[in-house]
Design a protein around this ligand. Sequence first.
Ligand code: 1Q0
Length: 214
Amino acid sequence: MAAAAGAFSLREVLSAFQAAVTERREVLLGPYLRGWRGLVRFLNSLGAIFSFISKDAVAKIQIMESYCGGERQEEYRTLQSMVAYELASGLVDIQRRSEHPDSGCRTVLRLHRALRWLQLFLEGLRTAQEDSKTSTICTDSYNASLAAYHPWVIRKAATVAFCALPSRNAFLEIMNVGTPEEAVIMLGDALPHISSVYGITEELYAQHKLLNLP
Ligand code: 1Q0
């Protein structure tokens, strides 16, 4: 089923994350950010209660887009080139956020952690019983990932917002890929690409000891 113009389609998000990984296992920032833009569009369609989340995601996407379209855009073509460039040029705050509060490395790290949540959430959605609550799947995925990095007040606000999520079937329908059954198949196809982006990033960040950037 074709998605209406401007509407969210899981397929577009999937193809962006798929296109983000090259044969040499590099992560291309252009498609990566396109994937995130698609997710934010989806989040916005869920209602104003999620706007504090989408605002933060958009702010981070914009920081990255300005690097990718800026003077040093060659350095920001892939995640690998970004890490090499920022580290070699001393552009990353390692101990405390000070001179370089919005480095590409720390900004992507926040999105990367959220990608882990997405991975768990989509896997939960895919494998759950038909009558499962999306809010429970979402809360469980959040508690097993992002929550560890958020202060109490954000955890609380996030948990309250999750209660506004539609039922599993309604959720699968707004993904715009056909029936809930078709959406489940699509999720099965989508997940390996998201996992691959996540795995490559995690490995790269671990290698350079960047997993705890302030
Ligand atoms: C469907 C429900 C969406 C639930 C999203 C779960 C994430 C909750 C995160 C709460 C973030 C609150 C705002 C602020 C957080 C920041 O403090 C924090 C750290 O940044 P900093 O600069 O203070 O160090 N920021 C983050 O952790 C980044 C959070 C980004 C969250 C992006 C979520 C995008 C979600 C998209 C909806 C996907 C729907 C999935 C189904 C679609 C099918 C493919």
